[in-house]
Design a protein around this ligand. Structure first.
Ligand SMILES: *Cc1c(COP(=O)(O)O)cnc(C)c1O
Length: 508
């Protein structure tokens, strides 16, 4: 085994701030009061008063700074390296957006501000809605949903309201077996039943299976196009006809919009509802739980059911929030969240759309597709003595859209390392691993999405790292099986951590 494996890795054992400091140590002391002190017992009724003081860490300011800076440096993030996490679109976040979002008029706006005094914010949201309508080819937009999955829930609730209004109860939702896990989860949450549709040999929807399952009980088909295999389904017109033919709606999971912005529009393909992942396609710092935003755009027939309040504009150009609108939102499914949505995400996305313009968005998509195909070709290049083609074949198709899915099946059988081992070993080479084991229908899946802002040098270095790991595994598979070696922690028991989280240990 390589020497690197023996490095002492747990540099700092005091992992929580509660394990640092000493009793009585402070980062800040209040000056003596220059007004008469009031006895807290007179201010608060007994039942609201603490029995014990809160257990807070007792640390100096330098300790706090070092603790949090230290933790931040342990993270792998987009600003420190290549992050080709398939499906997640980890694109660069231009600093201009942060600057604009931090302007006091945006950052310090109170969510309960009277609309009369928040005209600029409402105008920005109005304009963002207009831009998203144009990009999707669907005229009515709601910015309320807080994530793609929340947009999906909104979409399925809208579909349910649409059918109920027509006196129909439909209880099935079709989803291809390539669908993102949030699609079936959403359907279940909305109280409907998931029916899986098979994938054909080309990686698209199996039309015969769709025909067999599309009946009058079907409320909706949820589809991602390009799908999670990174393939655009050429049969989309026929698919739309079949689904509309039985009176169902078509839902477009817009998470892969980065491949088609300015090129093809869900509305033109026949979709009724689409969600955008502003944090993916339109840049936001995300991953690790940062705030997201999942607006939806809908066709005319779905518009009456949109969430309220809706933004309206009067003849003089003044904006307001209408809680009982006519037209869009008149038969509303109600509110989806408090306030209007994650406003900071709106500002960043609008800044992105304005700074790129329509042509720029199209360029971004074209470059994303080009980058993915370049990397794919680089990985499969037999002349470059790349072992990748042999051990990690492309799961479906020949070319891809903005991402592609390799199968680690041959690698597992021949080199005795799994996709997980390859992913962990990539960390030692300074790369965030691609998405692994998704989509489920690909054996040992490795899903790579390079995004448009990465340079050729980065893509080459990544391809070389994969080649190096495979060659290393041919010599000694144990190296990858024990990886990573250079990270603050090694292999974690993720299932145990999710099922038995320890979050209060040091608090007692
Ligand atoms: C990310 C993603 C979602 C869910 O979006 P969130 O914003 O993470 O809730 C749904 N479908 C696909 C294909 C995705 O990549």
């Amino acid at each position: 085994m390589s020497a690197i494996a023996e490095l002492p890795l747990q540099r700092d054992h005091a992992t929580t701030i509660f394990q640092k400091g000493a009793p009585g140590r402070r980062a800040f002391m209040c000056p003596e009061l220059d007004v008469p002190a009031v006895d807290p017992e007179q201010l608060l009724p007994e039942r609201y008063r603490r029995v014990r003081p809160p257990r807070l860490p007792e640390v100096s300011e330098p300790e706090i700074v070092r603790h949090y800076v230290g933790i931040s440096k342990r993270n792998f993030d987009l600003d420190s390296g290549f992050y080709p996490l398939g499906s997640c679109t980890m694109k660069h976040n231009p600093r201009l957006h942060e600057r604009v979002a931090a302007l006091p008029g945006h950052a310090r706006l109170h969510p309960l501000q009277d609309p009369e005094r928040a005209q600029g914010a409402l105008e920005l949201m109005w304009n963002l809605q207009g831009a998203l309508a144009e990009i999707s080819g669907l005229p009515h937009v709601s910015l309320q949903p807080s994530a793609g999955s929340h947009g999906e829930l909104a979409g399925v609730l809208l579909t349910r309201a649409y059918h109920e209004d027509r006196g129909e109860t439909r209880h099935k939702v079709l989803t291809p077996d390539t669908a993102h896990g949030t699609n079936p989860a959403t359907v279940t949450m909305a109280g409907l039943e998931v029916v899986k549709v098979a994938t054909n040999a080309a990686g698209g929807v199996d039309i015969e299976d769709l025909r067999a399952k599309a009946d009058r009980d079907v409320a909706c088909l949820m589809l991602t196009n390009p799908n999670t295999l990174g393939l655009f389904d050429p049969n989309i017109t026929e698919i739309a006809e079949i689904v509309h033919g039985v009176g169902a709606t078509l839902y477009y999971d817009g998470a892969n919009l980065n491949a088609v912005m300015g090129i093809s529009r869900p509305g033109d393909m026949g979709f009724d509802i689409v969600h955008f992942n502003l944090h993916k396609s339109f840049t936001q710092p995300h991953g690790g739980g940062g705030p997201g935003s999942g607006p939806i755009a809908v066709s005319d027939r779905i518009a009456p059911y949109l969430p309220v309040p809706v933004i309206v504009r009067d003849q003089d150009g003044a904006f307001d929030l209408d809680h009982e609108p006519e037209g869009a939102g008149s038969k509303s499914i109600g509110r989806l969240r408090g306030f209007q949505g994650n406003y900071g995400c709106f500002v960043r996305s609008y800044a992105y759309i304005c700074s790129l313009g329509g042509d720029g968005l199209k360029d971004a998509s074209e470059a994303a597709v080009l980058n993915a195909n370049y990397l794919l070709a680089r990985l499969r290049d037999k002349n470059a003595h790349s072992p990748v083609a042999e051990y990690l074949p492309l799961a479906y198709g020949e070319l891809c859209m903005h991402e592609f899915v390799l199968s680690g099946g041959p690698m597992k059988r021949t080199l005795q390392i799994k996709t997980l081992d390859l992913a962990k070993r990539l960390l030692d080479f300074g790369f965030h691993p691609p998405t692994v084991y998704f989509p489920l229908l690909v054996e040992e899946a490795l899903m790579v999405e390079p995004t448009e802002t990465e340079t050729k040098e980065t893509l080459d270095a990544f391809a070389e790292a994969i080649g190096a790991i495979l060659r290393e595994a041919a010599e000694d598979p144990e190296i990858a099986r024990q990886a990573p070696y250079t990270t603050p922690v090694r292999r974690l028991d993720e299932v145990h951590a999710a099922k038995h989280p320890v979050i209060r240990e040091t608090l007692g």
